[in-house]
Design a protein around this ligand. Structure first.
Ligand code: MG
Length: 407
């Protein structure tokens, strides 16, 4: 288990060297997306605590310029280097404009705390740069651990950097784990909302539509994540993330369906005691937790009105109807390239489903068929992670096309 998870700094201690009472310096990378804009809200609510020194986005010049005008960072970075010139004329005077992956990497190294909310593989170099520089990483980039775990773990072991997860389930586990020692942990229990198709049998799932899959009952997310919630692939990816983040065996990570999304996850300890983290579904809470760690921010995002809460339900997941969960657990256990292949195949399959070229149940079929071609070994560099992803996408695309032709 990661010792960093269980050795929180004393309360009141801030990372970095700006001295007591000084705001903590923060870089928000992926600042224009859903997590990034909510992080801006969190930071603006705590002006004495945080000073944004860097903002970065892949392509959203307009929104990045607007954020720079409000937050006045030292530098902004645009991942797509072709847009750097356009951005330069639109940021406040004196704001440095950096470009490309190198620009994002530089901002990751400059601040004491780095939010990585970059989407996709562009986030992997950001994670590595933050860890290599010994920073605290508030991690909201899935690829860092799903596809890039062998590379990230090697850096994490040696760099002195630390990770505080932003994903609501992992943030909950991080909080629960603070109440016991690694040796006392019996199992991690991840909660899943169950998505819009909870309770349906495999047969009843044969003809579900794109619109039905996009209607998530509790969380507002992009189409990929929403479909992943409907298949439980999202939960499967989170099981892999939990294993990588906390170093707990797959045999001791469980999933329970909890439709209200109020219990965000739980840890059972060796004495039979279960510690859970509860809050209303509001991503600003885990974002603030990760940015403020080890302190809690005095801003009650997600506080519960117990009188209005009603009931909390729990039930086991149906791995026969929601095969993506089982496929993800298998890929996690296999390790090496398999999680990267799982993720790539799933993205190709979900895109085909959204294009109405593949039925909902075909998503699991495509993932399963693609994983049968997975290469042995494990990626050792970012380039190898990217190559592995590309290979898996090509195989998955061929599987989808074969299905379309009825081969
Ligand atoms: Mg989650």
């Amino acid at each position: 288990m990661d010792p960093g998870t269980h050795a929180p700094a004393p309360r009141g201690a801030r990372p970095g060297g700006e001295g007591p009472g000084q705001p903590c310096t923060v870089s928000l990378l992926g600042s224009t997306g859903s997590i990034g804009t909510q992080a801006v809200d969190v930071v603006l609510a705590q002006p004495d605590r945080f000073r944004v020194v860097g903002l970065g986005a892949q392509r959203s010049v307009d929104r990045l310029a607007e954020q720079a005008a409000v937050l006045r960072p030292e530098a902004v970075a645009i991942g797509d280097a072709r847009l750097a010139r356009e951005l330069t004329g639109r940021v406040p005077p004196g704001t440095e404009v950096l470009a490309g992956t190198d620009g994002l990497r530089e901002l990751a190294a400059r601040a004491e705390v780095v939010l990585n909310a970059v989407v996709g593989f562009a986030g992997l170099p950001v994670t590595l740069a933050a860890l290599q520089a010994g920073r605290r990483l508030a991690l909201a980039n899935k690829q860092s651990f799903i596809a890039g775990a062998p590379v990230v773990q090697a850096v994490r072991r040696t760099s002195g950097g630390s990770i505080v997860p932003v994903d609501s389930e992992h943030c909950a586990l991080h909080q629960c784990l603070r109440t016991g020692s690694p040796a006392e942990v019996a199992r991690l229990v991840l909660t899943a909302s169950g998505g819009p198709f909870r309770g349906r049998s495999l047969d009843e799932l044969a003809a579900v539509s794109v619109d039905e899959a996009l209607a998530h009952p509790t969380w507002q997310m992009g189409p990929q994540n929403t479909v992943d919630s409907s298949t439980l692939m999202n939960k499967g990816l989170e099981v892999i993330e939990a294993h990588e983040l906390f170093g707990v065996d797959y045999d001791r990570i469980e999933v329970v369906v909890h439709p209200q999304s109020v219990v965000h996850s739980m840890v059972e300890f060796c004495d039979g005691s279960t510690v859970a983290q509860l809050s209303l579904p509001d991503m600003r809470l885990p974002i603030g937790y990760a940015l403020g760690h080890p302190d809690r921010l005095p801003h009650p995002f997600g506080a519960i009105d117990w009188a209005a809460l009603g009931r909390l339900d729990f039930e086991p997941p149906d791995r026969r109807a929601f095969r993506c969960l089982a496929l993800a657990e298998e890929a996690g256990r296999a390790g090496g390239h398999a999680p990267a292949w799982l993720n790539a195949a799933n993205e190709v399959a979900v895109e085909a489903f959204l294009d109405k070229r593949l039925p909902w149940r075909g998503i699991a079929d495509v993932v399963e068929a693609t994983l049968q071609h997975c290469e042995p070994g494990a990626p050792a560099t970012v380039d190898e992670v990217v190559a592995s992803d590309r290979h898996a996408r090509a195989v998955a695309t061929a599987v989808v096309e074969e299905r379309e032709r009825g081969v």
